[in-house]
Design a protein around this ligand. Structure first.
Ligand SMILES: [Zn+2]
Ligand SMILES: [Zn+2]
Length: 149
């Protein structure tokens, strides 16, 4: 995960600063995932954008920890402050990046909701954006390889 000398397009960090990163590629539209894993790791639902894996440049990673959340994916978080940072499917060339950690303006925008069949029962989805009970099959951005599992 080295970015060479490419110019960062966006940057982000965890709450405490023990993980800081830059992203050297345009961000995919953000997608809100309401699956139980995203609910539990974020405390609500999680919103992820995504970039090619090689677009991630870690400028501080002393806090970065990875948790194997399923047989096919891992979640990156800060071991010091607990920020929910990354999601990566094994073997994928894409990295999902939790949008809330990005510096503003983020350059991305919420496109819709996925795995709404598993959403918390205490909130509604009234923003009018497309929503899918399971995976969206790539309909939100033409890229189905980066979804939560
Ligand atoms: Zn932290
Ligand atoms: Zn999810």
């Amino acid at each position: 995960m080295t970015g060479g000398s490419r110019t960062p397009r966006s940057a982000g960090s965890c709450l405490c600063g023990a993980v800081r990163f830059e992203l050297t590629a345009p961000l995919r539209p953000a997608v809100a995932c309401h699956c139980a894993q995203c609910r539990k790791t974020s405390g609500h639902h999680a919103v992820f954008t995504a970039v090619p894996l090689e677009a991630l440049v870690l400028t501080e990673q002393q806090g970065l920890r990875w948790f194997r959340s399923s047989e096919q994916a891992e979640r990156g978080f800060c071991g010091a402050c607990g920020s929910n940072l990354f999601w990566k499917r094994d073997g994928s060339g894409r990295l999902s990046v939790a949008a809330g950690n990005l510096e503003q303006p983020t350059g991305t925008r919420l496109a819709g909701h996925i795995f709404t069949a598993y959403k918390g029962d205490y909130y509604g989805l009234e923003d009018g954006l497309p929503s899918f009970p399971e995976d969206d099959g790539g309909k939100l951005d033409g890229d189905s390889g980066t979804r939560q599992a």
